[in-house]
Design a binder for this molecule. Structure first.
Ligand SMILES: Nc1nc(=O)c2c([nH]1)NC[C@@H]1CN(c3ccc(C(=O)N[C@@H](CCC(=O)O)C(=O)O)cc3)CN21
Ligand SMILES: CC(C)C(=O)C(=O)O
Length: 289
């Protein structure tokens, strides 16, 4: 017998209702783009933990368990050090914390590039061990065969073109892409190739705006922009960037909150009360009857 949870809709702070059939689905996400037009843009944010997923779920269409977690929560120098086990642990937490959004999990560097077979072995582990609806992987034409292999075998794939952070060593940094004619042609060709291969959506990251607009018009599946254009079919940001957790962020980030200051000020208040012995107070201590 399974436990039934009730969602507290007033605060949405209760445990999520485990109702997988009520989740938005990959086909429904694709259907949001009709005859090349997306009336209401798709909303996507990253989530790495169950609690953050609970808080974001009702506001989003998709939640991305991004390999950016390497930098954002593990303090690693890049996304290259992120492992499959890390993605699976955080992916499962985000699926447990959400009931509405489509959860997409990044395939980490080194777990999909060697062959379609390697990608399938690792993507199927992600799907089976997390309950997520899709995986995301970086790359264009070079990944088309793999994207086709996975999508034909029941694993929806979100592609990622333009500035692909796992290729930071080849690209020479996190500069925006598409500032030369050759790069522009490559990004358009990559986007078309992954869409033709069966990607259900394409993240376009860090590209000159005109390229993002042209690619959005050129392919039938939704484009999700980050450092791209408001004309993309949806947008994604790293949640901690959006919340204002970091002082230094890429140009494409808009800080909607100032959470770093809230955390620092709150910790300072706690530290002060511990030091002057005003915490714990009457309300926080146990008394005998
Ligand atoms: N917190 C966080 N947010 C992200 O968006 C993110 C990560 N981490 N980790 C993985 C990758 C790395 N990303 C990055 C990192 C740096 C820039 C950046 O600073 N770019 C310059 C480009 C300047 C230019 O080309 O003119 C910038 O100033 O935006 C961009 C994307 C995006 N991803
Ligand atoms: C920035 C987004 C698109 C991403 O790939 C990540 O969070 O890793």
């Amino acid at each position: 017998m399974s436990t039934t949870y009730k969602l507290d809709t007033a605060t949405s702070r209760a445990n999520p209702t485990p109702a997988p059939m009520k989740r938005l689905t990959v086909p429904k996400v694709m259907a949001r783009k009709k005859d090349g037009v997306t009336e209401e843009p798709l909303v996507m944010l990253t989530a790495y933990t169950a609690r953050m997923a609970q808080l974001l779920d009702q506001h989003c269409d998709l939640l991305l368990v991004g390999d950016s977690l390497g930098q954002v929560i593990y303090g690693l120098p890049s996304t290259l050090q992120v492992t499959l086990d890390m993605m699976i642990a955080h992916g499962a937490a985000v699926v447990r914390g959400s009931y509405h959004s489509v959860v997409v999990i990044d395939m980490p560097f080194g777990t999909y590039e060697a062959s379609p077979q390697q990608a399938f072995e690792n993507a199927s582990r992600i799907m089976a061990e997390t309950g997520a609806a899709a995986v995301k992987l970086e790359g264009g034409e070079a990944m088309a065969e793999t994207i086709s292999f996975l999508s034909q075998r029941g694993i929806p794939v979100m592609a990622h073109v333009g500035l692909t952070p796992q290729a930071v060593n080849a690209l020479g940094g996190y500069m925006a892409r598409g500032r030369s004619d050759a790069e522009e042609a490559k990004i358009i060709a990559d986007g078309k190739a992954v869409a033709e291969a069966g990607a259900f959506a394409v993240v376009i990251e860090g590209v000159v705006e005109d390229i993002a607009i042209a690619l959005t018009k050129a392919i039938p599946v939704p484009t999700i922009g980050i450092g791209a254009s408001a004309e993309c079919d949806g947008q994604v940001l790293v949640t901690e960037d959006m919340l204002g957790m970091f002082e230094r962020t890429p140009r494409f980030v808009k800080r909607y909150g100032d959470i770093a200051a809230v955390i620092s000020d709150t910790a300072a208040e706690y530290a002060g009360e511990v030091r002057d012995r005003s915490f714990p107070g009457e309300a926080q201590v146990y008394k005998a009857k």
